[in-house]
Design a protein around this ligand. Structure first.
Ligand code: FES
Length: 123
């Protein structure tokens, strides 16, 4: 019995160790960076100094972090929650069927996104 447990445990560890990190491509920069599963697009941008706008600080209250998913479509991002959909509907006149808020969209796999508010506005 203990031999079976060791075999399963070793296989699980190998799977975790070999886990592929998702890649996120930011347009129009055409910059591809690695992300951790579960990070938001905004967090990935911040970690790599890519400048995705975030006027409300990432609390789903402004839509300046609007991104349009160009590739990888929505199956590589966690599904949008009601708050994100409401903010897009109320504050994002340029919304498309592939629009997401960068501060809310969590990465599951490779995606390519267009930063709608690029370049960032001067403060
Ligand atoms: S940063 Fe304001 S809604 Fe995302």
């Amino acid at each position: 019995m203990s031999g079976d447990w060791c075999t399963l445990s070793s296989a699980a560890n190998l799977e975790i160790a070999g886990e592929k990190m998702p890649k996120v491509t930011f347009m129009p920069l055409n910059k591809t960076v690695e992300a951790k599963v579960g990070q938001t697009i905004l967090e990935v941008s911040e970690d790599n100094d890519l400048g995705l706008e975030h006027a409300c600080g990432g609390v789903c209250a402004c839509s300046t972090c609007h991104v349009i998913v160009l590739d990888g479509t929505d199956e590589n991002l966690e599904e949008a929650e009601d708050d994100e959909i409401d903010t897009l509907d109320k504050l994002c006149p340029a919304q498309t069927v592939h629009s997401r808020l960068g501060c809310q969209a969590r990465v599951k796999g490779d995606v390519k996104v267009e930063m709608y508010n690029w370049p960032p506005r001067e403060m």
